[in-house]
Design a protein around this ligand. Sequence first.
Ligand SMILES: [Zn+2]
Length: 247
Amino acid sequence: MIYQQKGVMIRQTNYSESSRIITILTEEGGQVPLMVRGFNKPNSPFIVLRQGIKEFLFTYTRFKGMGTLNEVDEVQPFKKVNADFDIYSHASYVMELVIRALEEDVLHDSFYRLLIKSLKLMEEGSQPAGVVAFCAIKMLPYYGGELNVTECAVCGSKNNRNFFNYSFKYHSVICSACMNDETGARSVPVTNRVLYLAGYMKHVAVTNVDSIKISEENAGSLLKFVELIYDEYTGVYFKSRKLLQSY
Ligand SMILES: [Zn+2]
């Protein structure tokens, strides 16, 4: 059967001197392995696949198991993302956040939409660290994590102007009136603005986000806070996170 689907290449491995096997994440959220004959040849029609993070339209033949790629066309080349090392590193982080949560034989079309939205936001000039934080907050439930920033875990107050701490004892924010030596055990100070942004990103629908225009400082603090949450609840080690911290 012949398929034509939008997708992003998420893995590749050499099969022979001239051919590679790639795995694509399709717009339906499935993973499809494809044989790409002639991938490594200098005049290959699949040369566009070699570099960068891009959205493609893949035309392939598949019956069962591995398919064969027939044609590939660029849909979104994400030129700015692929040309700027800092943005590219953040985009790689977004890719990893999505890819690591994929499961065999489970379709996650929402993952695909989130991935493309995140890349598009970066392409259009949103703060890269803010976009990674947004993507990480949306992916958190799939890693078994939680983030509660709408009400104080002790008194139930929803007055978010009084939130300055996040507690790993209560798995939630605690308001300033309820903070004392006992309730404050295993809590970390987080700015009010960062907690507000985290709550907004948790609840907003992915389709309703057109840009993430926050200061570089707030974006950085927000990402640090979200990474703290990942460290606490998931124990997943992201290679691209390490890369970002090392330069
Ligand atoms: Zn309280």
